[in-house]
Write a protein that binds this ligand. Structure first.
Ligand code: TRP
Length: 337
């Protein structure tokens, strides 16, 4: 069977960071060799909580495109596109909004948590509450079968598939495919202080453009085991931020497991594991930073890539819109017999 089409995206609220790299950017680069893949820069979705900051959202489109290219996304194999240039997605959203209830949206764990943590209450922007519906339009608009996303986004794929089943039932034929989430093995990276996850809004993110000193300062600020005062003391590996990062990035699993044993037994200093991690992250980020700087020197070329990708994506998504509207009998200029 042919490989499923992949669609994934990022909210255009600022540049991406190391957490995105460990989460899905790395796998997108790997999948582009075998799958038809679309990467959506979600600037419309960004407006659901940044409606008064359109300038920031506009600038973030270029930043995210730079991040994609910097990590090795090849625009000849992956289609990089911009959501606001794809009106068919908005049209599908308007249709789908009638197929999902407000109470269903309010029950989605991520939505509940985000509404609570931002203190929106009943003053939540309607577009924010409904962004899972817009995301269903993104996914189905590309007729995607596979969606690489973090674990927190998995419930949104369920909502998408509820929409798919309703549309197919209305149409009386399988006009849309169901989608499957592809969840990364490495969970989200912790913040350097171990409280919460790496996040740009919390100021705990390491950008993909980080310089050598910024990387070193980031590693130095990591919490290890507060009980590990002297090198000879036995140390804890669980909840130790440095080991969490070594687990995520160190290709030498055996050496990491030996280091863990030595750390637990006592006699291994924090400096040693931090130096190892610092070196790893320096080697990982240096080529990304250098490629990013190269592309950043030619923004016209990068925006041209986004424009070309958006044109290709517009063809695919408007074809979906046409099929769905026709299949369920919306928008035809005819009278019922
Ligand atoms: N909600 C995703 C995020 O927070 C971005 C996104 C928009 C997305 N549309 C999508 C992800 C479709 C996967 C599929 O970054």
């Amino acid at each position: 069977m042919k490989n499923p089409v992949i669609l994934t995206g990022d909210r255009a609220t600022g540049p991406l960071h190391l957490g995105h790299y460990a989460g899905t950017l790395k796998s997108r680069v790997a999948l582009q060799g075998t799958h038809e893949q679309y990467l959506l820069i979600a600037d419309m979705q960004a407006l659901t909580d940044h409606a008064d900051r359109t300038g920031l959202v506009r600038d973030a489109v270029l930043e995210i495109a730079l991040d994609y290219l910097a990590v090795g996304v090849d625009p000849d194999r992956s289609v990089i596109c911009r959501q606001s240039g794809l009106p068919a997605l908005s049209e599908l959203s308007m249709l789908y909004l009638n197929l999902i209830t407000v109470s269903r949206l309010e029950r989605i764990p991520t939505i509940r948590e985000e509404i609570a943590s931002r203190g929106f209450g009943r003053a939540v922007p309607a577009g924010f509450l409904a962004y899972p519906v817009a995301q269903a339009a993104d996914i189905t608009g590309f007729r995607a079968g596979l969606v690489p996303v973090g674990a927190d986004q998995a419930p949104l794929i369920e909502v998408t598939n509820e929409v798919v089943r309703r549309v197919n039932a209305l149409a009386g034929e399988p006009v849309l495919p169901e989608a499957r989430a592809l969840i990364p093995e490495t969970g989200r990276l912790p913040a350097p202080d171990g409280r919460g996850k790496m996040s740009k809004s919390a100021g705990t993110a390491l950008p993909l453009s980080a310089g050598p000193d910024q990387i070193s300062a980031f590693v130095r600020s990591m919490f290890t085991d507060p009980g590990h005062l002297r090198v000879e003391d036995p140390g804890r590996v669980e909840g130790n931020v440095v080991f969490a990062y070594l687990d995520a990035f160190d290709p030498d699993r055996e050496e990491v497991s030996r280091l863990k044993d030595r750390y637990r037994a006592g006699g291994l200093g924090d400096g040693v594991i931090k130096r190892r991690l610092d070196q790893l992250l320096q080697e990982l980020i240096r080529p990304i930073r250098e490629r990013r700087a190269l592309f950043a020197g030619d923004p016209a070329q990068v925006l041209g890539i986004v424009k070309g990708g958006t044109e290709r994506a517009a063809e695919r998504t408007s074809e979906t819109r046409r099929r769905v509207f026709r299949a369920i009998g919306v928008g035809a200029l005819t009278v019922s017999a």
